[in-house]
Design a protein around this ligand. Sequence first.
Ligand code: CAA
Length: 260
Amino acid sequence: MSEQLVLSEKRGKVGLLTLNRPKALNALNNEIMQALSDALLAFEQDEGIHVIVLTGSGDKAFAAGADIKAMQSWSYMDVYKSDYIGGFWETMKTSIRKPVIAAVNGFALGGGCELAMMCDMIIASESAKFGQPEIKLGTIPGLGGTQRLTRAIGKAKAMDLVLTGRFMDAAEAESSGLVARVLPVENFVDEVVKIAEGMAAFSSPVLMMAKQCVNAALETTLEQGLQYERRVFHATFALEDQKEGMAAFVEKRAPNFKNM
Ligand code: CAA
């Protein structure tokens, strides 16, 4: 039986996905991206899941990039037709409304760093290393590495990483703004799941709305983004969960969100 490329596990309201090609440092190919897409969509459709965590198997890598061995002999038409991670982004953007946390536990290089940046939030272990080393292979980042990285960490650092191919450690990634938090290596994934569980206790539709609004900040002008946020803020007042959340505060008790 062939090995499962993406492991899928439910931990309460958290869906944990693990890229599972440890011998190839979880290098990304068509098959693993398809499996990841399917697994994400399954959690998206599962009402019991509020937050998704994505990590890499083994303790060495989140993902060491697109699969160089698979790509090395590709022609222009092969790479054009494949476009596997580009197609994956369409799924992430349009179909995955629940928050996705990348738990980066080692190398996140090339397409691996780009995959982490497609997630809503990156939490890194102290051993994480980020980079866009495509320049060393005679190519450039093709899945957002020149665009999302520049928006996340600014031109100076993005130029440095993309033009020299050097890796950035977790501390530098955090101080640069790429990473939300850095956690110890020990029990790393369990600790990220704990953070996700904290989020998952909130109202699921409100989590989705909040994520959508933050993402809108990167796609619109400030004025459009503020308008959009205001409309969504107003919309939360149509939810039972807003009534429950504010009543619980006033009555000094824990809220019991119904996700509606
Ligand atoms: N593709 C395919 N296989 C890979 C891989 C990749 N991106 N990264 C690592 N592997 C494989 C290695 O070939 C090796 O396999 P074998 O044992 O069969 O030889 C195995 O994983 C372990 O790797 P190393 O022996 O190289 O491990 P290391 O500890 O010495 O080095 C590393 C680790 C620094 C991450 C090194 O593996 C490396 O530099 N990997 C490539 C990183 C890279 O260039 N990524 C960008 C890819 S291109 C891309 O992603 C384009 C894009 O934008 C879409």
